[in-house]
Design a protein around this ligand. Sequence first.
Ligand code: M6R
Length: 364
Amino acid sequence: EKSGYAHFMLKEIHEQPRAMASTINSRLENGLPELHLPELTDEALRGIERIHIVACGTAMHAGMVGKTAIERLTRVPTEVDIASEFRYRDPIVDKNDLVIIVSQSGETLDTLAALKLAKEKGARTLAIVNVVGSSIARAADYVMYTYAGPEIAVASTKAYSVQLAVLYVFALRLALARGTLTKEETRRYVGELDRLPQLLEGLLADTEHIKYLASLFMNCEDLFYLGRGFDYALSLEGSLKLKEISYIHSEAYAAGELKHGTISLIVDGTPVIALATQDAIFEKTISNVKETKSRGARVILFCKEGVEVPQDVADYVVKLPRYEEIFMPMLLVVPLQLFAYYMAVLRGCDVDKPRNLAKSVTVE
Ligand code: M6R
C-alpha cells in the first residue's frame, strides 16, 4: 500500500535510499565490488572486447549512464541500444562481447527478443532485472538482481536508480579485473557508494523547493532539458518522466547540439532545465545555457554546491551536495523525478496510471 503517501510514485521516490542500500551493500565485500557470478572470473572479465547495453525507455537511459561510467573506468568500448532498434538492425555482436540487458519488469517483449538474438549470435548475456524469476532473468546467462522491491507506479523511479547502482558496481568490478583501477582507487569509489543512501535521505528530507519550482512552471507547454555527458543522459530521463505523467511536451538536448537547429524554438519565456554537475564541462554547458538565456529562456540550473554560477545565467539554481562526480547521476535524478511528479500533481494528472501506458510493455 501507499503507506501514507499520496501516490505510489512519491512513495517509490522516497524508497530510493533503502533500495540503493540493499542493492549496493549486497555487492560489496571487504570494501571491494563483488558480482557473485562465479562464471565471470577475472579472466573472463579481461576477455570482454566490447559491451552492448540493450533496454527500453527508462532502463535504456540507465544504460546511457552505464556506458559513460564503463568507458570512463575501464576503456572497454560500450554501446547503448534501444531494444527495438538493436533487434532489427542485424547488430554486430560476437562471442567476445558481453550484452547487458536492463529491465525492471523482466518482461518487456522487445528487450527479451534482443536478449535472445544476442545469445544466438554467441555473446554472453548479463541481465540486470528487478523482478525475480521473470522471463529475461530466466533467459540470460547471468543475472544481477536489483533490490528495489515491487514498483507499482507506471513511471519508473526507484528501479532506475538501482539499475544505475548495479551498472556502477559492475563497472568498478570490471575496472579492478582489468587493472584500469587499482585496489586503492576502487576502495575509494566504494567508500563513496557507501555514503549514497545518506545523501539521498538528505535530498528527500526537503522537497519544498522543488514543489515551489513546479508551481512556477506548471502552466508551461514546452520545456527543454539540456546537459552534456552524464547530464545529457539525465536530461533524457528527466524529460521522459515529465512527458509521461504530466503530458507536457519536452525535449532533451545535448547542450552543444542546441545551436544546430533547436535553438530556434527558444523564445521569451521558454523554460530550460539545465543540468551541469560535471566540473570538466561546466563552463561549456554554462555557455550553452547563456545562449538560451540571451533569447529569453527561463532557466532552472541544477549544479553542485560550491561551484560559482555566473550572474544572469539562471533564474533559479538548485544545488546538489558535493559528491564523487561520476556518481552524480544517482543524486541528480531525484529532483528531476520530484519536479515531474509535482508538475503532474499540480495539473491534476493521474500520476500512477498515465494515459496510454502500461507498467510492462509485452507488445512489439
Ligand atoms: O520493465 P522495463 O524496465 O523493461 O520497462 C522498460 C520501459 O517500458 C519503462 O522503463 C518505461 O519507459 C517507463 N514507463 C518509464 O518511466
